[in-house]
Design a protein around this ligand. Structure first.
Ligand SMILES: [Fe+2]
Length: 182
């Protein structure tokens, strides 16, 4: 069932397969650099692949909207965390990452969503994920803008250290990317 949902999202072009595959590789390599065990790395790859699965429940005209979103549309899109959580709770293969799917948009300073968790109240895996995803998004072309350079993306991640991102993990990520030839 989960694979079917993912295919559905890919066909609607809201999740690019290249993006999730690259993300899965990178977060797993980052986890390895932090000394995480193979089981943890497998779960991180699952999170990378399925974090936005809840977007299947969001109307297409909102997901594909070009230009600024209204407050109502933003609220609607933010529901993808809870929807994804519910899907994962009912999918044996995603049960391990259900909690992380719920919390993948939280900010270190508490300004994220859906729960407004803060600091180490956010699971480590979600704190890692948000850094790696930001890097991956910034360094790739999007329909509405060109890719940023490696160093510009790292500078932006550094700028958001302590607000959006866990400062210790930002340091570790900067070190990790020094050895990362991607
Ligand atoms: Fe998301």
């Amino acid at each position: 069932m989960v694979q079917t949902l993912l295919k559905e999202l890919e066909s609607r072009d809201f999740i690019s397969q290249g993006h999730t595959i690259h993300l899965a590789h990178m977060i797993s390599d980052f986890g390895l650099s932090l000394g995480l065990n193979p089981k943890a790395l497998t779960n991180l790859r699952l999170l990378a692949e399925f974090h936005d699965i809840g977007k299947v429940g969001i109307p297409e005209h909102i997901l594909s909207k070009v230009g600024a979103l209204t407050d109502e549309e933003r609220t609607e899109i933010r529901r993808h965390c809870e929807i994804g959580h519910r899907i994962a709770m009912y999918s044996p293969e995603l049960l391990n990452v259900a909690d992380w799917i719920l919390k993948h948009h939280e900010y270190w300073n508490g300004n994220g969503y859906p729960l407004g968790l803060e600091g180490e109240g956010i699971p480590l895996e979600c704190r890692m994920f948000s850094i790696v995803e930001a890097y991956e998004v910034m360094t790739n072309d999007r329909p509405y803008r060109r890719a940023m350079s490696h160093s510009a993306a790292l500078a932006e991640i550094n700028r958001c250290s302590g607000s959006q991102f866990d400062p210790e993990l930002v340091k570790a990520f900067l070190q990790f990317t020094e050895n990362f030839a991607g």
